[in-house]
Ligand binder design. Structure first.
Ligand SMILES: NC(=O)CC[C@H](N)C(=O)O
Length: 223
């Protein structure tokens, strides 16, 4: 398996994502700068990491979404490539249009940084096949704009198409229907606000993120 992790000015979880990919899946992982116009050859998955790309100016993820590399990521996804966006990465994915909805300021207007309970809403994806539907897991969050907004029509569509990957166990940030992560129509792009890469080693305080990376390793095999 070969992975690429995109690095923007202000990314701060890029190395954590690379370590999780390398150590849990054994993937050869390349770090790719936002100004590059192409991805390395034969990539199986692109990781868009958390952080504060471009200082969160304009809207979180909005400037990053217009980086040269994001045009390559959109092309990669259009050809069926797998993309995982965590936190700021989820915000970037909504700003590129690869995922629907928007991430707004948390309802309490505070930065929330703590482990939270998530409910796995579907095991039918290359990111979640290692979990059970309905399983409750604990994964940390660290964001000020994690309040996922989608109108009633979009929420009904996501629900009908089984594209809600994770919900928060309790409302932490005001997100509509407690949605914490969503899948693209072809189920090969996942964005989520919680940080699975921060829960892959007992020293992190929890290992509930391991199953996500194992799911990826089980599904993505290099040609
Ligand atoms: N950890 C992150 O990726 C944070 C994302 C974004 N800067 C926010 O605070 O919402």
């Amino acid at each position: 398996m070969r992975a690429a992790v995109i690095v923007f000015p202000g990314s701060n979880c890029d190395r954590d994502m690379a370590v999780a990919l390398r150590e849990v899946t054994g993937a050869e992982t390349a770090m790719v700068w936002h100004g590059d116009s192409g991805l390395p050859d034969n990539i199986d998955i692109v990781g868009i990491p958390g952080g504060f790309s471009f200082g969160d100016y304009l809207r979180c993820g909005a400037i990053a979404a217009n980086s040269p590399i994001c045009r390559a990521v959109v092309d990669f996804a259009a050809k069926g490539g797998a993309v995982l966006g965590v936190c700021n990465g989820f915000q970037v994915l909504t700003e590129t249009g690869l995922l629907p909805g928007a991430l707004m300021r948390n309802a309490n207007l505070k930065f929330i940084c703590k482990p939270v309970e998530l409910v796995v809403e579907t095991a039918d994806s290359l990111f979640t096949s290692g979990y059970e539907k309905g399983q409750r897991i604990e994964i940390p969050v660290a964001h000020h704009d994690g309040n996922y907004r989608a109108d009633a029509e979009l929420r009904a569509q996501l629900e009908a198409e089984d594209r809600i990957a994770f919900r928060y166990g309790t409302d932490i940030n005001g997100a509509d229907d407690r949605i914490a992560g969503v899948l693209s129509e072809n189920r090969r792009v996942l964005g989520l606000m919680p940080h699975p890469e921060r829960a892959v080693d007992p020293l992190h305080g929890g290992t509930d993120g391991v199953a996500m990376f194992r799911s990826l390793a089980a599904s993505l095999v290099s040609a």
